[in-house]
Write a protein that binds this ligand. Structure first.
Ligand SMILES: *Cc1c(COP(=O)(O)O)cnc(C)c1O
Length: 372
């Protein structure tokens, strides 16, 4: 029996406290320069982001949802245009399409719990203009299949890469497959800042220029107004914090993969669980484990039991697929997604989890099923 511990699902104070001195220095330095909006730290961060994933352009924006919306606006979504998405995603993937003027069409997941290419094919109509696959939990979809479909049907692709900075498929980074992609720097994301933040990336110069204008009052990079726009910029201060966090980002990914390995090695003996793929299991995917999400028999019982043992868990997104929010106007059944949400649970995975914490979580999960 391991002794009792307290393991929150995500320790928000630690995001700051673990690097308090360095981060305070960043604030002092940026504050003393008075560098708040569209300053050098932001330019440096955008360079760093595009360099890291190997895209031609990156623009810091207010949050990843804005990034998705700006990408669709730049592509020129029109009323009645349909964009196919996975129902297994955050509402943001869908709402960005709606606020850009289009119609999201949620489809079912495949065996990997990501958007099912077969389901995409069946959902294509004469109004379909795009696909917005979500690179979920730090895993990139089988993008070659999705890009084949897009090419054959003349569809645009905007990746929701909010959870997938550094994730790769066949050696290529999430965010570089489609016409554009969006990353999130929400505090609990793999690369988190101290509030809202996002980055939109593209290899297309025209899309870059349009997004740039849209995110800064319609102004181009020289400050000249070229169109209507809005204000959705990444704060220079947040960019400066992110530059600091970026210095150790490869270690973050490594550590998340280590924890995933511990979970996999300990929990794979339980037939009550369906685990995500282990870090080493196939060479096509390089996963960054934004989340460690499994499907569990008696999921609610397990969640309650872990909570009693001080372990925070999460049933993601209110426990429903996008299409199950009837208030949003959907009226379809997607059985695999619905089954997934009936059984899914996330256990803590982040920089604050020690090996001992991970083993404690495993002990408590194994105890729960073995004491039955
Ligand atoms: C977090 C998240 C978003 C939204 O990111 P924000 O920066 O909070 O707007 C979108 N899609 C997915 C899959 C996410 O996990």
């Amino acid at each position: 029996m391991s002794t009792s511990r307290k393991i929150p699902f995500f320790d928000y104070p630690k995001l700051f406290l673990d690097q308090k001195e360095e981060l305070t220095k960043v604030f002092e330095e940026v504050g003393s320069r008075g560098a708040y909006i569209m300053q050098q730290d932001l330019v440096n961060f955008e360079k760093r982001l595009s360099g890291y994933i190997n895209s031609n352009y990156a623009i810091g924006v207010g949050n990843a949802t804005d990034g998705l919306e700006l990408a669709w606006l730049a592509i020129g979504l029109k009323k009645g245009d349909e964009v196919i998405i996975s129902s297994h995603t955050m509402v943001a993937t869908a709402s960005a399409i709606v606020t850009a003027g289009g119609t999201p069409v949620p489809v079912d997941i495949g065996d990997d719990n990501l958007i099912d290419p077969e389901a995409i094919l069946s959902a294509i109509t004469k109004n379909t203009v795009g696909i917005s696959p979500t690179q979920l939990n730090g895993r990139t979809c089988k993008m070659d299949l999705i890009l084949d479909i897009a090419k054959k049907h003349g569809l645009k692709v905007v990746e929701d890469s909010a959870q997938a900075l550094g994730s790769k498929y066949k050696g290529k980074n999430a965010g570089t497959f489609g016409d554009a992609a969006s990353f999130s720097f929400f505090p609990a994301k793999v690369l988190g800042c101290f509030g809202d933040g996002g980055g939109v990336v593209t290899n297309d110069k025209e899309i870059y220029e349009k997004i740039f204008q849209l995110h800064d009052h319609g102004r181009d990079t020289h400050g000249e107004i070229k169109s209507w726009g809005r204000n959705s910029r990444l704060d220079n201060l947040q960019a400066a914090f992110l530059n600091k966090k970026f210095e150790t980002y490869d270690e973050v990914i490594l550590r998340r993969r280590e924890i995933a390995n511990i979970y996999d090695s300990r929990l794979s003996i339980l037939e009550e669980l369906t685990l995500p793929p282990a870090p080493s299991i196939d060479t096509d995917h390089f996963d960054v484990y934004q989340n460690y999400e499994f499907q569990a028999k008696n999921r609610n019982g397990l969640r309650d039991s872990l909570l009693k043992n001080g372990i925070g868990t999460l049933i993601q997104w209110g426990g429903k697929g996008i299409h199950q929010w009837e208030v949003l106007g959907f009226n379809v059944r997607l059985p695999r997604t619905e089954k997934f949400f009936d059984n899914c649970l996330m256990i803590p995975i982040n920089m604050f989890i020690t090996d001992e914490d991970a083993h404690y979580v495993c002990d408590k999960i194994i105890e729960f099923y073995r004491s039955k």
